[in-house]
Design a protein around this ligand. Structure first.
Ligand SMILES: *Cc1c(COP(=O)(O)O)cnc(C)c1O
Length: 439
C-alpha cells in the first residue's frame, strides 16, 4: 500500500492549505454542497486519507459506504486504467460493450433469489431508485409508492418525496412528486416493538387504510436504514412486508444502496432475514467510487418497460463497469464478506463495552461494518449536540466519522473492509476518548 497505515496529525485540523482551499471553495462552489470536514484530500489508500497538509486521517466513513473494498483498490485501478486506454465511452444505447453485460450477469447472480433476473445500470443511487419505481409502475399498471419513516432515497424530485427528513434534504425544494405515502417503520429502540410481524401489521394497517393494494405499485424500503440512523428493523418485519406485497400484487423493492455489496457481512442485507425482494437497488459500494448504480429484479417485472423506456447517456459507463467487475472480484477473491463480519464483531464488541459504562449511548446497532451508536440524554431524548461534539473531536484528532439519523444524534461507522485491526482500534480509541471528553 502506497500510504503508511498510521494516523498522523501534523497541523491543526484543518491545516493552512485546507483553510486556503476552503476559502476558495466558499467563493467558487455553491454553499448547498456542505462538507463533513473542512479538509481537502490529496491521496488515500486502505484505511487512510492524506490531506493537503500531510495529516493522515483514519477513514471510518468510506466516502459514505462507497469504498468498501478500499479506496483505489489495486484491481480497480488496473481495470479502470485499462478501460480508459481502450475507450472511455460509446454509450451503451448506441454501441454496447461486454462489460455492461458482465456487470448485469454478476448482479443477477449476487442479488438474493435464484429466479430469472435482469439488470439495468444507471449513475447514482437516486436515479436507480427512480427507475425501480418506473419499472414497478409499468409492470403493475398502478401508481402509488409506499416508503417509511426515517427513509432516505435520494435528492431528485421523486426521491426527495420518498425521503422522510425535511431539512436539509427537502426544505424549500418542493413541490414534490405525488403518490408517495409514508408508513411507520420498525424501530425497536424507539417504538419498543421487538416483534417484527407486529410492527409490520402496524405498517400494513396504514397501507390498507390510507393507500390500498389496488392503487399500490411498490413498497420501497432500506433493509437497514442508512441516513435515517442505521435502524435495523425487528426480526420478521421485512419478511412480513414482503409476504404482504406478494399476496397483494405489489412490487417489493429493497433499496440496498448503502447496505449492499458485502458491507453488512452478507452480499445484501436482505439475506440476514432470508428476504427475497422483487427488485433490488444497488449503488454506493458497487464500483469503488466510480458512479454506477443498478436495478436488478425478477425478469417478468424488469421486462415490463418497452425498448427505449430505460437508459441514460452515461448509465453503465465502461469505466464504472470495469470498476464494478474489479470490485466484485475483490470482494469474492479476498473474502471480504467474512472480513465485514469480523470488522462488525470488533465494532460491536467495543461499542457495547462503551455503552455498558456510558448511559449516553442509548443503542448500539447495525450489522457487519455498518454499525452505529444512538446518543441520548438522561431522559432518552436524542442528543444531537453530543453527536456533533464527539464527531468534531474525532475529526480534530484525525479520525473521519459521520453522523446520521432523523435527529442527527447517531454516530455511524462504515470503515473500508481492508482497514487493518490496529488502525481500526486506533480509530475506536479516539472515538472512546472523544466521548469520554464530553461533559
Ligand atoms: C445514498 C443513498 C441513496 C442515494 O444515492 P445517490 O448516489 O447519492 O443518489 C439512496 N438510497 C440510500 C439508501 C442511500 O444510502
Amino acid at each position: 500500500m502506497p500510504l503508511t497505515q498510521i494516523r498522523k496529525v501534523v497541523t491543526a485540523i484543518p491545516g493552512p492549505r485546507s483553510v486556503a482551499l476552503m476559502t476558495r471553495k466558499a467563493r467558487a462552489v455553491a454553499p448547498g454542497v456542505a462538507t463533513t470536514m473542512p479538509v481537502f484530500a490529496v491521496e488515500a489508500a486502505g484505511g487512510i486519507v492524506r490531506d493537503a497538509d500531510d495529516n493522515q486521517l483514519i477513514d471510518l466513513g468510506s466516502g459514505i459506504a462507497v469504498t468498501t473494498v478500499g479506496v483505489s483498490a489495486p484491481r480497480v485501478v488496473e481495470a479502470v486504467a485499462a478501460q480508459a486506454a481502450a475507450f472511455t465511452h460509446t454509450c451503451f444505447m448506441v454501441t454496447p460493450y461486454e462489460a455492461y453485460v458482465q456487470v448485469a450477469e454478476a448482479l443477477n447472480r449476487l442479488t438474493p433469489g435464484r429466479h430469472e433476473k435482469r439488470t439495468v445500470l444507471f449513475n447514482s443511487g437516486a436515479e436507480a431508485v427512480e427507475n425501480a419505481v418506473k419499472i414497478a409502475r409499468t409492470f403493475t399498471g398502478k401508481q402509488a409508492v409506499v416508503v417509511f419513516d426515517h427513509a432516505y432515497h435520494g435528492r431528485t424530485n421523486l426521491t426527495m418525496a420518498m425521503t422522510a427528513k425535511s431539512a436539509p434534504y427537502k426544505n424549500g425544494f418542493g413541490p414534490f412528486a405525488p403518490e408517495v405515502y409514508r408508513a411507520p417503520l420498525s424501530y425497536p429502540y424507539r417504538d419498543g416493538v421487538t416483534d417484527g410481524a407486529a410492527a409490520a401489521r402496524r405498517a400494513i394497517d396504514v397501507i390498507e387504510t390510507q393507500v390500498r393494494a389496488e392503487n399500490l405499485a411498490a413498497v420501497v424500503i432500506e433493509p437497514i436504514q442508512g441516513e435515517g440512523g442505521f435502524i435495523v428493523p425487528a426480526p420478521g418485519f421485512l419478511a412480513a412486508l414482503a409476504d404482504w406485497c406478494r399476496a397483494n400484487g405489489v412490487v417489493f423493492v429493497a433499496d440496498e444502496v448503502q447496505s449492499g455489496l458485502a458491507r453488512t457481512g452478507a452480499m445484501y442485507a436482505c439475506e440476514h432475514e432470508d428476504v427475497v425482494p422483487d427488485l433490488v437497488v444497488t449503488a454506493k459500494g458497487v464500483a469503488d467510487g466510480l458512479p454506477l448504480s443498478a436495478v436488478t429484479g425478477r425478469a417478468e417485472i424488469m421486462d415490463a418497460p418497452k425498448a427505449g423506456g430505460l437508459g441514460g447517456t452515461y448509465g453503465g459507463n465502461p469505466l464504472a463497469c470495469a470498476a464494478a467487475l474489479a470490485t466484485i472480484a475483490t470482494i469474492e477473491a479476498d473474502g471480504l464478506i467474512e472480513r465485514a463480519q469480523k470488522v462488525g464483531d470488533v465494532l460491536r464488541d467495543r461499542l457495547e463495552r462503551l455503552a455498558a459504562t456510558d448511559p449516553r449511548i442509548g443503542d448500539v446497532r447495525g450489522r457487519g461494518a455498518m454499525m452505529a451508536v444512538e446518543l441520548v440524554g438522561p431522559d432518552g431524548a436524542p442528543d444531537a449536540a453530543l453527536a456533533r461534539a464527539v464527531a468534531a473531536d474525532c475529526h480534530a484528532r484525525g479520525v473521519i466519522v459521520l453522523t446520521c439519523g432523523t435527529y442527527g444524534n447517531v454516530l455511524r461507522l462504515l470503515p473500508p473492509l481492508v482497514i487493518d485491526d490496529e488502525l481500526l482500534h486506533d480509530g475506536l480509541d479516539v472515538l472512546e476518548e472523544a466521548l469520554g471528553g464530553q461533559p
